[in-house]
Write a protein that binds this ligand. Sequence first.
Ligand SMILES: [Zn+2]
Ligand SMILES: [Zn+2]
Length: 80
Amino acid sequence: MEKAAIEGVFLAINRRLIDVEDLRDYCPTCIQLLRFSDLYDALYCSVCNEWIEITCDEPECERCQSRPAHPLTDSGEEQR
Ligand SMILES: [Zn+2]
Ligand SMILES: [Zn+2]
């Protein structure tokens, strides 16, 4: 058996190699690096303007309750 030149599993997208281990940092839809909202403590994709993490079911959780439907405003700012 020949040894593979690159160890591990990579995804080649737009000529970029992404280690599968790092895929959780990327949007599953558009494969852009995700951003993190400190305000809502959640990952989101700034290209899709979608939250990646779903909200929890706890009715007392203010962070999830106050989270806007989309993370960014039309001008690309984080919603508050
Ligand atoms: Zn995306
Ligand atoms: Zn919550």
